[in-house]
Design a protein around this ligand. Structure first.
Ligand SMILES: [Zn+2]
Length: 410
């Protein structure tokens, strides 16, 4: 089926902003991009967006849909380890199934209403969230979370889930070892083996807190002195004074082009060189970092880097799950850095950058012929059309298409 979309502006991002162009969609793909006069000669069904800007769908590259329920029970904490300690206690005593399913529904509703078409979901409960994600029609890179507590037969469990979703083209599966401080070094080695054998990407939280840096160097830290007291079996982690979290993964042989790192807000100069040399993919969650009383990532470095994505993280460490608000926050905190074409860079991070982080960039994340039609449009309400994307909280959304199918049109 063919369909023409007419919009005053189109942001690609390869060709920047096009004015008075149109897109021809064939089934679920972008078939042609051309001047509206040329395409509108064709007798196909038309969507006329008028005073709007059409762009690739937003990609929230890191989210925990299941953690909405935590928000209501959390005491706003002073630092990362105090927060983590509360999460561990909260997760211990509750009837999870119903609460988690409601959380997932609520989170999807909030996350998708501002223009998100793809999420990088971290699932901690053995696929409990998958049926709700399927119903939502969102595209999803599904990261199966592994910690010491559920590591016994994670390989088998992941393969079972993979079988279950094999007929769903919107969901793809990856592994998510939670962090360097919640897994034995040996389990990290199993994750690596599994990833290579099954050709699935690995993603993890890394360099998120100052305590994590102390921990991996073998210095006095709050994981050993506080968090691990709560666990029956503290993780057995190889540590060295010369390690940074990233150096530890390098030592394990985990560094490859199938690796995505989340947070990375406490980096050494050497870490940045490892990132550049290995072209690692990095997802920033800046509002979560501030929520946990940690510093922001090196924004100048990551705005100029080619494989940066953006995520809201879970509602357990953020004020809301509105991805446009995350973009806005990134913009406001980067303004003083004198980055060239800052607004467009933020759009790129939120679309094609996210697609790179989730390993989907060959298929989607930009408006190009033959790419999948995951598209959104915002009504223009400002002098600069890009301002109508970054500054309007997603409330002016006019159209959402996922896999060629219209999800929302007003
Ligand atoms: Zn997270």
């Amino acid at each position: 089926m063919y369909r023409i979309i007419n919009s005053k502006y189109i942001w690609c991002p390869k060709n920047g902003i096009l004015k008075d162009y149109s897109i021809l969609i064939k089934s679920n793909k972008i078939h042609k991009i051309d001047h509206y006069k040329n395409l509108n000669k064709l007798k196909y069904k038309k969507i006329n967006l008028k005073n709007s800007i059409l762009m690739p769908g937003l990609i929230n590259s890191h989210i925990h849909l299941e953690l909405n329920w935590v928000k209501k029970k959390l005491n706003y904490s002073s630092d990362f380890t105090d927060w983590l300690s509360q999460i561990i206690d909260l997760k211990k005593g509750f009837d999870k199934n119903q609460l988690i399913k409601e959380s997932v529904k609520e989170a999807i509703r909030e996350c998708s209403k501002c223009g998100v078409t793809t999420i990088g979901e971290i699932g901690s409960y053995n696929g409990l969230d998958i049926s709700t994600i399927k119903k939502s029609g969102l595209r999803c890179s599904y990261f199966y979370e592994i910690a010491n507590s559920n590591s016994l037969s994670f390989e088998k469990n992941i393969l079972k889930i993979r079988k279950k979703i094999s007929n769903n083209k919107l969901i793809n599966l990856k592994v998510f070892p939670h962090s360097i401080y919640s897994l034995d070094t040996n389990i990290w080695k199993r994750c690596k083996k599994f990833s290579i054998k099954n050709n699935v990407g690995i993603c993890t939280h890394l360099s998120e807190s100052r305590e994590e840096i102390k921990f991996i160097k073998g210095k006095k830290n709050k994981f050993d002195n506080m968090i691990f007291n709560k666990l029956g079996n503290p993780p057995k982690v190889k540590r060295k004074s010369t390690f940074t979290p990233l150096k530890y993964l390098e030592d394990l042989g985990i560094i490859n082009n199938n690796l995505t790192l989340v947070h990375m807000n406490n980096l050494s100069k050497q870490d940045k060189n490892i990132i550049k040399k290995n072209q690692l993919r990095v997802v920033l969650c800046p509002r979560s970092n501030l929520f946990l009383n940690e510093k922001l990532p090196d924004l100048k470095f990551f705005l100029d880097y080619h494989s940066t994505g953006l995520g809201t993280d879970g509602l357990s460490s953020n004020k809301d799950l509105n991805f446009v608000n995350e973009m806005n926050f990134l913009y406001l905190n980067s303004k003083k850095l004198n980055v060239k074409n800052l607004k467009e860079k933020i759009l790129s991070i939120s679309t094609i950058g996210g697609a790179k982080c989730l390993g989907l960039d060959k298929k989607l994340g930009s408006i190009e012929e033959n790419k999948i039609a995951d598209l959104i449009a915002f009504e223009i309400k400002d002098q600069n059309p890009i301002d109508s994307i970054i500054f309007r909280e997603g409330k002016n959304i006019k159209l959402k298409i996922i896999d060629g199918k219209i999800i929302k049109f007003q």
